[in-house]
Design a protein around this ligand. Structure first.
Ligand code: ADP
Length: 274
């Protein structure tokens, strides 16, 4: 109603304005559609493990005189419960990075610590696939931001690199400082020799719940939320995340973030200033 009234009022001002307004409405409608999709997706993703748990608990009751079957069903219940926990945790992470202002808690964060933490988080899954992890160039670099959010973002990229790579491959994490007009940036690149991502999927992998291969993602405990969290964190820190990939050869995800020194100088007046 309001929108129509406004568009009637601005119509005489020229077709440019009307066009802008129509684009605005289209954007509002698009956001609304994304929100609806999100709720539908969350419901579906929650119902799947809950439904499985319900069926499995019935199966346990029916199999009470068969201890082996009980153990088997209990094992599968554990997998479903883990999936549910992962999903809820990622939903919490996503809402945190969407609604918290990272700059409130920002500080200089050591890149070598972030990288070490991300590598640590994946140590077990990498070892079980004999994936070698190599890091380089991280010494002496600091990014400006919210430590928890940055750790979650980098952790997600490294986790994906391990998850979507075959056994006995290599995951590399390299950092460097690059000059940029608004102040130096720190670039952290996570490179794998995994399955790669086709050109048409490359644009979409940062969308919430988008997975190239849902079955494969689920098998590794994936939720389809990881990269959307990374994208939010990068954007809210004034940075970006990009992907390069060749199908069947591997991918490189590159996170660019403001350097601590550069960002701090921009954000805070020096003590002499009033
Ligand atoms: P998921 O929890 O499924 O890993 P993400 O949002 O982290 O969700 O990633 C979305 C999708 O992008 C994944 O399901 C996978 O298909 C693809 N993907 C992400 N990282 C990689 C990678 N390093 N190599 C190949 N495909 C990847």
């Amino acid at each position: 109603g309001d929108a129509l009234a406004v568009s009637a009022r601005v119509a005489p001002l020229g077709s440019r304005l009307v066009l802008l307004l129509v684009e605005d409405l289209t954007e509002a409608r698009r956001i609304e559609a994304v929100r609806r999709d999100f709720v539908a997706n969350v419901s579906h993703e929650l119902k799947t493990p809950v439904g499985a748990l319900s069926l499995l608990s019935e199966a346990v009751m029916d199999a009470s005189d068969d201890p082996e079957a009980v153990t088997r069903f209990a094992g599968r219940m554990q997998i479903e419960a883990t999936r549910l926990t992962n999903l809820v945790q990622e939903l919490i992470d996503l809402s945190r990075v969407q609604y918290d202002d990272p700059l409130e808690d920002s500080e200089p964060v050591r890149v070598d610590e972030l990288v070490a933490e991300a590598v640590d988080r994946c140590r077990q899954s990498a070892a079980s696939k004999q994936i070698t992890m190599a890091t380089g160039g991280t010494a002496e670099l600091h990014v400006w931001g919210n430590r928890g959010q940055l750790a979650a973002a980098l952790g997600n990229l490294v986790e994906n690199a391990v998850n979507y790579s075959p056994a006995r491959t290599r995951v590399g994490i390299a950092a460097r400082r690059v000059a940029a007009p608004g102040g130096d940036l720190i670039e952290i690149a996570v490179t794998d020799q995994g399955i790669g991502i086709s050109e048409k999927d490359r644009e979409r992998v940062f969308e919430r719940f988008y997975r190239v291969d849902p079955a494969r993602s689920r098998a590794t405990g994936g939720t389809g939320l990881g990269l959307s969290i990374v994208k939010h964190v990068a954007a809210s820190h004034g940075g970006e995340v990009t992907v390069w990939s060749a199908e069947g050869q591997g991918s490189t995800f590159t996170l660019r973030l403001p350097e601590a020194g550069a960002a701090r100088d921009r954000e805070r007046p020096s003590p002499g200033d009033t």
